[in-house]
Ligand binder design. Structure first.
Ligand code: C6P
Length: 419
């Protein structure tokens, strides 16, 4: 088995967060007259100037449709689009650029696999194994497939801390399991799942694995070859890129044998009324004019992440999460939800006697943006017996001062609701 974790690297150089913040124009704005403290990065990250400018530059200087014309701009646009694909390949360490399919984001990537792969491989009585901590985007597409095919959705449990119970997951891998779909990092709890181990267990039974990397890609180094996963999905807007663009990695052999899932321009080689010959991968899965400017922006975001230093960002975010966990736990009445052995990016919590929406509203008045609710992971809330949480989620540009502002805001919440 290949190691999923790369050998220990020398300590990452410290991140110059003050300089990095200046690259994000939105971070200097005020909200309700207070400096913005943006802690809703798991929902979407802000964009550095490099990304904003790359999209504008493309639109001003190179905009044309891709793969369609011989004129210069079309060639430039095609080069930019394919250049972005290569950047995504490098980002997830795929073997080949054709293993990268552009999608609108993680949700569309999971739907693509559920439809194109699932319809061919999942039949009546077959099982799709997911986990108790999946985002709705990694539940509903499988339910749709289940209902169409008369299949079963099987759910591997998690414990009270928010760790998956791996022996149970292993036990639930049955001769009818056709695919395992699992989050790399939980958006509601921050749990980092042992994906390489899950892949090993599934592969031992010949079962492929899809990894929902929406919350991992912004925080951890992703290496699809080391993980040996079969599919990996992530969203551009959570890695400092634009909305409406994301990617699906799929092993070439799997993508090759999958039928297309949407029909139209660019996914064909030739069309007659009798028969259509499909294009090669990845174009077979990219029907219609793609989000070209979005792909360019995503490429710029991945470049930006690389130059900011992914190890330095990871170390900085780990420090922030540990600091925030310590400080928030010390606030009377605050309970941290999700205390898994390994976490990334996310601090979910409740405040005793105060509805999370009220927590969010008071914090907003202080200029602090957090998300409140079930975080599109309702089964997680149900499992933990709570209706909702407040969630602070971190990015490279957040600071300990902002964590202090959050803690002061929680003090304000208690003041208001103690009256
Ligand atoms: N979670 C959050 O606030 P899209 O919307 O396709 O870019 O990503 C969907 C998605 C899939 N999986 C996980 C683990 C996710 O966290 C998300 C998006 C956001 O937690 C918005 S609901």
């Amino acid at each position: 088995m290949k190691a999923a974790v790369r050998p220990r690297r020398p300590a990452a150089p410290a991140l110059d967060v003050a300089a990095l913040r200046r690259e994000f124009p939105i971070l200097s704005r005020k909200v309700h007259g207070k400096p913005l403290v943006y802690l809703d990065n798991a929902a979407t990250t802000q964009k550095p100037r490099a990304v904003l400018e790359a999209v504008t530059r493309f639109s001003e200087e190179e905009n044309a449709n891709v793969q369609r014309a011989v004129h210069l701009l079309s060639q430039r646009a095609t080069d930019a689009h394919e250049g972005a694909r290569e950047k995504v390949r490098r980002f997830v360490n795929a073997r080949e650029a054709r293993e990268i399919v552009f999608t609108r984001g993680t949700t569309e990537a999971v739907n693509l696999v559920a439809q194109a792969w699932g319809r061919r491989h999942v039949g009546p009585g077959d099982e799709v194994l997911i986990t108790a901590m999946e985002h709705h985007s990694n539940i509903v597409p499988w339910q749709m497939l289940r209902d169409e095919k008369g299949a079963r959705l099987v759910v591997a449990p998690m414990d009270d801390a928010g760790d998956l119970v791996l022996p149970e997951l292993e036990r639930l891998l049955s001769p009818r399991t056709r695919i395992v779909a699992v989050a790399h990092v939980s958006n509601a709890l921050g749990t980092v799942n042992r994906v390489a181990e899950i892949v090993r267990l599934a592969h031992a039974r010949g079962v492929p694995v899809l990894v929902d990397g929406a919350q991992a890609a912004p925080h951890l180094r992703v290496d699809v070859q080391a993980l040996d996963c079969d599919f990996y999905a992530f969203s551009g807007h959570k890695v400092y890129g634009p909305t409406g663009i994301g990617a699906l990695y799929g092993k070439a052999a799997l993508l090759e044998e999958m039928p297309p899932w949407q029909g139209g321009g660019d996914m064909i080689l030739s069309v007659t009324f009798e028969k259509t010959h499909y294009n090669e991968v990845p174009h077979k899965f990219e029907a219609g004019t793609p989000n070209i400017a979005g792909a360019v922006g995503l490429g710029a975001a991945l470049d930006w992440l690389g130059s900011a230093g992914r190890d330095a960002i990871e170390a900085h975010e780990r420090d922030l999460l540990a600091y925030a966990t310590d400080r928030a736990s010390a606030v009377p009445g605050v309970r941290i939800v999700g205390t898994a052995r390994e976490k990334a990016g996310v601090l979910s919590f409740t405040v005793e006697g105060v509805h999370p929406h009220d927590v969010g509203t008071v914090l907003d008045r202080e200029g602090i943006a957090v998300r409140t609710g079930h975080h599109c992971a309702q089964p997680v809330m149900e499992r933990l017996g709570i209706p909702a949480t407040a969630r602070a989620s971190f990015a490279a540009y957040n600071t300990r001062d902002e964590v202090d502002a959050l803690v002061a805001g929680l003090g304000r919440v208690r003041e208001i609701f103690r009256r």
